[in-house]
Design a protein around this ligand. Structure first.
Ligand SMILES: *Cc1c(COP(=O)(O)O)cnc(C)c1O
Length: 432
């Protein structure tokens, strides 16, 4: 019935998540409120792991792309599941380490890691640093040498694949700020350079072609290009790399019309493409790393809001105004992302109204969704927006000095706060 399997409707007609009544949660904790279902997060991690086990006999690692949703408890869950994590900043790296995440299972990305961040990565002993450009390669080599350590790295490769996704979240094509371009030969030059550098151990290659991709074909095509590239590196440098990180980008279901592939389907196609090309080029199959972010946490999360007013503009539209907005979910304002919403305390009624859900910020563009179907509602009703587990909390802000909502985690029918709501004092904690 809903875009996420975690959601259902109880006998009171209330929306439930992980079996817990969302109206109860809104009353207990207040709104806006992020709610996440732990079973859904663990289930997705396990499904990805299983997809590697079943399709790729050479082994691999599921590394959660933590920028989708980074806080201490998430790293603890991912650690417990035996997975790795991808971090893209000193802040994510710090949180992971504070959560007790094993550093050797961390993959450190980013197209500008500062020297402080590179130092943190070396000092913590991060498993793999994914080098994005030539300047970073030089800097890292010098820093590793000064510390008398070896930096284990991948190079981020831009394979030139157009993944048919929104241009803002498309990163594999040549016109990208990320990585070394394959087509121009820049990538091969970088591999030669890295292979010869002191205090650098080139372990493998990385690519990430974009996000919210529903089609397995671009991944399969990218896998072919990357194995071809590994073979070329072997032929030109004599170095046989043993690891390939294929990034993330697997799609999540936001609206009913999104057709999501089972997790296993991506690996089946990626593994198939890799094996075929590897056999053709007599290249030994590498260890594979995948980095799903959105598809681990997206459908695990919802956001609960209270309706403040309903503004009918005859012949134009109806605004349902809620007590959150672009501060807790900037994705519609940024890229017109689609969402499905439901009136949580009337979830058994037909969604027969067409409305625009608007936030409370002083911006006309502060919308959660336009022209979406919703049950009839009024001030005091609870609106649940689904699939907000990814890139909502992690992209939130204090615009208008609005404190960030709490995150409540549901597990085995019980609820616990994993991130406290910010207070006004938190909002001004650094003001002197
Ligand atoms: C963002 C990102 C991911 C995860 O992307 P999703 O679309 O959330 O799966 C994986 N790897 C890298 C390097 C990324 O930048």
């Amino acid at each position: 019935m809903f875009v996420s399997d975690s959601l259902s409707v109880n006998e009171k007609g209330h929306l439930t998540i992980g079996g817990v009544d969302t109206v109860y949660l809104a009353e207990k904790y207040g709104t806006p409120l992020y709610v996440m279902d732990e079973a859904s997060i663990r289930g997705a991690l396990r499904d990805y792991k299983k997809s590697i086990d079943e399709n790729y006999e050479n082994g691999g690692m599921v590394a959660f792309a933590s920028k989708a949703c980074a806080f201490k408890a998430i790293y603890e869950i991912v650690k417990e599941e035996g997975c790795g994590a991808d971090v893209v900043s000193g802040g994510e790296l710090y949180t992971a380490i504070q959560a007790g995440f094993p550093p050797e299972r961390l993959y450190f990305h980013g197209n500008f890691k500062t020297e402080d961040e590179l130092a943190m990565a070396l000092d913590y002993g991060v498993g793999r640093i994914i080098v994005d450009n030539g300047e970073e390669l030089e800097a890292l080599s010098a820093m590793a040498k000064a510390r008398n350590v070896t930096a284990n790295i991948y190079l981020r490769i831009t394979p030139g694949v157009d993944a048919h996704t929104h241009s803002f979240i498309m990163t594999g094509q040549n016109d990208s700020k990320f990585g070394f371009t394959l087509e121009t030969g820049e990538a091969l030059q970088a591999a030669k350079k890295a292979a010869a550098m002191p205090n650098i151990a080139l372990k493998g290659m990385h690519c990430h072609i974009g996000s919210q991709i529903f089609d397995e074909a671009p991944f399969a095509h990218t896998a072919e290009l990357m194995i071809g590239f590994l073979a070329q590196v072997r032929d030109e440098t004599g170095l046989t790399l043993t690891e390939l990180n294929m990034g993330g980008g697997f799609g999540s279901r936001y609206v009913e019309s999104d057709v999501v592939l089972p997790y296993g389907e991506y690996m089946r196609r990626i593994a198939g493409a890799m094996k075929e090309v590897a056999a053709k080029l007599s290249f030994p199959l590498p260890y594979i790393v995948i980095e799903p972010g959105r598809s681990i946490v997206g459908n695990a999360g919802i956001t609960l809001y209270t309706v403040g007013s309903v503004k009918h503009i005859p012949g134009i539209r109806t605004f349902v105004i809620v007590d959150g907005g672009m501060t807790d979910n900037p994705r519609y304002a940024l890229y017109q992302s689609k969402y499905t919403a439901v009136v949580a305390n009337k979830a058994n009624l037909p969604a027969d109204q067409v409305v625009t859900i608007a936030g409370r910020c002083c911006e006309s563009g502060d919308l959660i969704q336009e022209h979406t179907k919703l049950q009839p509602c009024q001030r005091g009703d609870i609106v649940a927006v689904m699939t907000t587990g990814a890139y909502n909390y992690s992209m939130s802000s204090n615009y208008n000095r609005i404190p960030r909502p709490a995150i409540v985690m549901i597990k085995d029918g019980t609820d616990r706060v994993v991130v406290k709501a910010e207070t006004y004092a938190d909002v001004m904690r650094n003001d002197l």
